[in-house]
Write a protein that binds this ligand. Structure first.
Ligand SMILES: [Zn+2]
Length: 94
């Protein structure tokens, strides 16, 4: 077990924000044998839409290798130390 650093709080990826992250911007990725979330950034409540839009732009620039599949960039709940498979995809328009 790695001891947890309770002082470390991941923050929003928006420039100059610094608020604690509540959302993770990510897209599901698979190469056919393994699966994970491709990470595009973290967002607070205020910046979730702008960070999502930014992630979607980055996604368009992504070059895929043979057999790689990447889903749409979406908003996921962010929990520290949770595994990718445990994170819930959230509706984008609430
Ligand atoms: Zn923010």
């Amino acid at each position: 077990m790695v001891p947890l650093d309770f002082h470390y709080v991941p923050t929003c990826s928006a420039n100059g924000c610094g608020h604690a992250a509540v959302y993770k911007i990510a897209a599901s990725w698979s190469d056919g044998t393994s699966w994970e979330l491709k990470h595009y950034g973290l967002a607070c409540d205020v910046h979730r839409h702008s960070q999502l839009a930014r992630g979607q732009i980055h996604r368009q620039d992504l070059l895929l290798a043979d057999g790689e599949v990447v889903g749409q960039v979406g908003l996921f709940e962010f929990r520290l130390n949770a595994r990718d498979a445990e994170l819930k995809r959230l509706p984008e328009h609430e």
